[in-house]
Every structure is written in structure tokens, then in C-alpha cells.
Design a protein around this ligand. Structure first.
Ligand SMILES: [Zn+2]
Length: 431
């Protein structure tokens, strides 16, 4: 663990070019390992391409691993490397917003690396040894080895349980450092406020997993008088990017290869807008090469003045690629841009765009206390200016229900008959 951590920290301090050299070396080893030891890749990879691979740019000729491929290959055991079994690996599962359940298996060494990279996420975000960390999660987090030494005390706020139980867990933990999805932290904050409890002890809130409206984020941070940090991470690939002191999300180039697949089908490494493809470089038990995570991202060169991180910057995680809404004419488009006029109203605490059938949009909003009554009409007008051909209704609701995985889908398409598997459809649309 300590060894992994020292190595991660050393690499993160390197310049971008040096990180890319580390990346290329690890990538060559990973692809060779996958080709030699993993049945799925033995079957699919072109040996000439494996031989020729020098850097991430050379991945472009290799197959992309879609969520459905992963689901099927993992179920058949075809993605596990030789010598790894369900006995000597541990499973992590996620269902994501696409609803396709997947299971990732990690070896003890993979997990050691995972823990070290999460610890580095916190250290880079100002964690101190005396901090008490509250994880807002459905399941308990793996116990941290350093906990036994009396540092890094971890507490679990069980977000699958009732709000009262969550608040009780929070208060019992007396945390100073919070980690979790914004919406679940928000619910606890609301309840603490409702009870008239002041809690000024939180120094840092580390958000991950979903976007939050600026008003809601400010609300959480104001309540705790805390600083805000963010990670872009997933069960499948650990941490892809992390905020620096300037608030920019820098890629972790020495650990994860990030490719961007543009709408015209071309691919670039660490640059541009499109679907993100990720290759996690430290994964011996179940290597995933060019895994389609399901997010759209916009990545640009590093123009940050922080001096701490020197890698390109994730400007925006534009939303799950399957969240495409349909116009009245049946054409599909990414609905994320509709969220911006809505969340620019300071009265909006939380929001969700729901499409029940093509050509209609239901905007659900949770408004701040005492919001003016005509704000919903103004929101409707603002949305209609962006999408004049949609039938728009704005509903004020008491809360937005999260998905079973705890995340809130900001743009949600409910009509399954018009919403086939996103990746297949995406491919068809590109042709
Ligand atoms: Zn920076």
C-alpha cells in the first residue's frame, strides 16, 4: 500500500510528457498481458497490432469494449486472466444508469493499488491524518489498512437506509471530511438544517458521481463552510481525473489511458469532445482495454496555473451518453444543454429532465424555500427558447428520486421502446 502510494504520488508530480512515457510503458505491458493471459483478448486482439503497439495512439485499431460485451464476457469468465478465479479476486459491481449490471474482479494487488489511489485522491484534496472521513455510500467501504494505525478514521453513512438513520450515522461519526454523491450529502444537510443543527466541523467535501446545480452545491458548502473538491471516478476504472487547488479536473495520465471517440468516429487521446474510452493501467486480474464508460466528455489542453498537476483538463462530463432525448420528428439528441437554462435560475435547488414520450419534456424542479410562484413559468419559457418544438411542462416537486445506484439521472428517458441499447444505436447513427 505505502509502496503503491509513494509511486502514485511520484508519478503525479511528473510533467505530462514524462507521465505519457510511463503510460506507454504500462500500456504495452498491459496489452501484452491481456493478449497472453486473457481468453477474451487472445480471441479478439490482432497479434500484429499487439506487437506494434507503442503508445495510446496505437490503440485506435483495437476493438472497443462496450458495457454489454463486458457483461457477457465477464459472465462467461472470459475476461479473467489465467490464474485468477472468483476465489482469489474480489468483485465490485455497478449497474450504472444503463441498467446493465456488470461485475469487475480485482486481485489483492489491484485492490492495494485502488486503495492507494483513493487515498491519494484525499491527500491531494487536503486530507489530514487527524481527519474523520464520512463516506456517503450504499455499501460500507473496504476498511483502510491505515485505520489500524489510528489514522484515517472512516465512517459509513448508509445512503440505502432511511434519512433518520443517515443523519444518526453522520452525527455519531462527527466527520471533518465528506465523500459522496452530491444529492445524498444534500439530503442530510437539509435534514440537519430542518432540525436546527449547526455543524461547522467539515473542512472539505469531495464530490463524485454526478453533477449538482450551482445553487445546491453552494448550499452544501455554505452550510458546512467547507471547501469543495471533485473526482471523476468509476467502479470500473478507479479515478480518471481529479480537481487541483484551482478547481480544474486534471487527467491522471500515468494511471489511466483516456481516449475520446468523436461523433464522426475518429478517436483522439486526451483531447476533444465525445464518448470517453478508458483503459486502466493497473489491472492484472481483469484488464479492460478501451472500455466505453458511457459518459460524454470535453477535454482540453492544460492551461491551469496551479503548477501542481500538468495534465490535460476534463472541462465537462457532459452526461451519460444514453441520455438522449427524442424530438417530435423522432430524431435523437443529447439533452444535457437543456439543463443549463434550468439550473441558471437561482431558485432551482435540484432538477431533472424526464421524457415520457418523444416530443415532450417534463422538467422537475425542487425550488428554494420562498421561491416566487411564477418561476416555473419562466423556466418553461427559458427551456422553450432552446427547444421550441418540444411540449414542455415544468413541475415543482418536493424531491428528485435517485436511481437504485444512488445517483440522480439529470436527463432521463422513460420510453424504453424508443430507447434501444445506446451503444448499438450510437454506432448506427454514425454510419
Ligand atoms: Zn490545475
Amino acid at each position: 500500500m505505502a509502496y503503491h502510494l509513494a509511486r502514485i504520488r511520484r508519478r503525479e508530480h511528473l510533467g505530462h510528457a514524462e507521465q505519457l512515457q510511463v503510460q506507454a510503458r504500462l500500456l504495452r505491458a498491459l496489452v501484452r498481458h491481456a493478449y497472453e493471459n486473457v481468453p477474451y483478448y487472445r480471441r479478439l486482439l490482432d497479434p500484429a497490432l499487439v506487437e506494434r503497439l507503442r503508445s495510446a495512439r496505437d490503440l485506435a485499431g483495437m476493438p472497443v469494449l462496450d458495457r454489454m460485451d463486458l457483461h457477457e464476457a465477464a459472465a462467461g469468465g472470459e475476461l479473467l486472466a489465467t490464474a485468477f478465479t472468483s476465489e482469489n479476486t474480489r468483485a465490485g459491481t455497478t449497474s450504472g444508469s444503463s441498467g446493465i449490471p456488470i461485475t469487475i474482479r480485482n486481485s489483492e494487488r489491484d485492490l492495494g493499488y485502488l486503495r492507494a489511489s483513493y487515498l491519494q485522491d484525499m491527500l491531494a484534496n487536503g486530507l489530514r491524518p487527524t481527519d474523520r472521513i464520512a463516506y456517503f455510500r450504499v455499501n460500507p467501504f473496504l476498511r483502510h489498512p491505515l485505520e489500524r494505525l489510528g489514522v484515517l478514521r472512516n465512517f459509513h453513512v448508509p445512503t440505502g437506509q432511511s434519512l433518520d438513520e443517515q443523519v444518526a450515522a453522520f452525527l455519531a461519526a462527527r466527520p471533518t471530511f465528506l465523500i459522496g454523491f452530491p444529492n445524498v450529502i444534500r439530503s442530510v444537510v437539509d435534514e440537519l438544517q430542518r432540525r436546527g443543527i449547526e455543524y461547522p466541523s467539515v473542512r472539505t467535501v469531495l464530490f463524485g458521481g454526478e453533477r449538482l446545480t450551482p445553487t445546491a452545491r453552494a448550499h452544501i458548502l455554505d452550510y458546512f463552510r467547507a471547501t469543495h473538491r471533485e473526482v471523476y471516478a468509476s467502479v470500473e476504472v478507479f479515478t480518471i481525473a481529479r480537481t487541483c487547488p484551482e478547481g480544474k479536473m486534471h487527467l491522471r495520465s500515468a494511471d489511466v489511458v483516456v481516449e475520446v471517440e468523436h461523433d464522426d468516429g475518429t478517436v483522439s487521446v486526451e483531447d476533444g469532445e465525445g464518448e470517453i474510452l478508458v483503459t486502466r493501467l493497473h489491472s492484472e486480474a481483469m484488464p479492460l482495454i478501451r472500455y466505453r464508460l458511457g459518459d460524454r466528455v470535453r477535454i482540453g489542453p492544460n492551461d491551469c496555473s496551479c503548477g501542481v498537476a500538468r495534465t490535460p483538463i476534463v472541462r465537462e462530463v457532459i452526461g451519460r451518453s444514453e441520455d438522449r432525448i427524442a424530438g417530435a420528428d423522432g430524431r435523437r439528441f443529447y439533452g444535457d444543454f437543456i439543463t443549463f437554462p434550468v439550473q441558471s435560475f437561482p431558485e432551482v435547488n435540484r432538477m431533472q429532465v424526464i421524457q415520457h414520450r418523444p416530443g415532450t419534456l417534463e422538467i422537475r424542479v425542487v425550488l428554494v424555500h420562498g421561491a416566487r410562484p411564477d418561476v416555473t413559468a419562466d423556466i418553461r419559457d427559458a427551456v422553450l427558447r432552446r427547444v421550441p418544438d418540444q411540449e414542455v411542462t415544468v413541475l415543482q416537486v418536493p424531491q428528485i428520486a435517485p436511481e437504485p445506484n444512488g445517483k440522480i439521472k439529470i436527463v432521463k428517458v422513460l420510453d424504453p421502446s424508443r430507447d434501444p441499447a445506446p451503444t448499438e444505436e450510437g454506432k448506427a447513427a454514425d454510419v
